[in-house]
Design a binder for this molecule. Sequence first.
Ligand code: C2E
Ligand code: CA
Ligand code: CA
Length: 399
Amino acid sequence: MNKNESLGRLLVLDDEQDVANTICLLAKSAGYETDFSCDSEGFLEKLSSWSPTHVIVDLQLADRDGIEVIHELAEIECQAAVLIISGLGGRILDSSARAVRENGLRLLGTLSKPFSRTDLLAMLSAETQEVTSSRTFLNEPVTVEQLQDAITTNVFVTHFQPKISCFSGKLVGFECLARWPCEEGRMVPPDQFICLAEQSGLINELTRQIYRFALANMPLQMKDKSFKCALNLSPINLIDDTFPRWLLSECESNGISPSRIILEVTETANMDNPLALLESLTQFRIRGFQLSIDDFGVGYSSLVQLARLPFSELKIDQTFVKTLSSSDESRKIAAAVIGLGKSLGLNVVAEGVEDELALNYLRDLGCDEAQGYFIARPMDCSAASAWRGELGKSKYVAH
Ligand code: C2E
Ligand code: CA
Ligand code: CA
């Protein structure tokens, strides 16, 4: 390296002047041009007037937090490589690093304070990590071409989330939730592709792929004939009149009785043909499948539909369940919905159970089954197979 050649321009943002100064001295001794600012306004000004190649951002500032600074950097499409520093510990550094990447910035890495000169210089000279696929997948909308490619290459999988009996605490079955694996083991959540599949006419092909995976990769417990398997069905799948027969033959080839399959249907505004809907749902019931009305209490699900359509189960929407311990209104709505479901002879399930209070409350109201992060998150097949939910051994023992 030529004596006058700089390794790059480093701009440091840290509200402790001594720390900022020390970082600058260390980097300067290794060949960087350096400057610093102790407040975010000054930092942003220098960023635009000086165009640094590297920036170091401390997460805790007097005037702003690091995430706000990351947003500002993303807003101005900052091209500098970003190094995050903090004394706050690993998990916060990890999630901040993720925020840097997912905002489309070039992440160098993270350093936990205090750090050595060697750590700092190693980090500054590191390759920036790829602006990750998560930006493509999580911040930018998925395209129809990406979706079609993924279907053609058969990449879709499901994760499995346990459902337990509110009374015994025992596992009763799993809900299968679609996942689209992308790079680095990340999973694109269904909210980002189901709707597109519905709009682009790909939902029938996609649903069949998801179901094939779920039926062939059930958690081990499913070998026990008493466990149930819940699958989500798009209302658009109901228009495909070959679907009930196809599903029956898939169940037969996997040795699963249709009576163990629960199809969860969310009502939508486009259910403009009530007769077709009635007939289609009835065809599933004739073949022995169970039907659940999902997200009940929000959107388009109505009392009339519930009474006239052949549902065997009602799933209370998680917005009420998540807030059971904090909202009196949610408790009243949940009580009314559970009472309604029971009076119609339906199996009543609550999802979004995030704390013990909610589970106890649901049990007191006579809700049959519970699902939610307090019990377990959705897991891949091997984690789900290892998962045990059993009264007496678990944290959700009846009080
Ligand atoms: P859903 O059917 O209401 O599924 C429950 C969602 O809530 C899942 O999100 C699950 O991970 C999440 N969840 C479960 N317990 C909790 C909790 O305690 N707290 C919180 N905050 N969330 C919880 P996920 O897997 O992202 O699925 C989102 C939606 O995508 C599903 O909502 C369903 O409508 C749709 N979906 C998932 N898989 C499929 C599929 O194979 N086909 C169709 N058509 N839709 C699917
Ligand atoms: Ca569902
Ligand atoms: Ca739901």
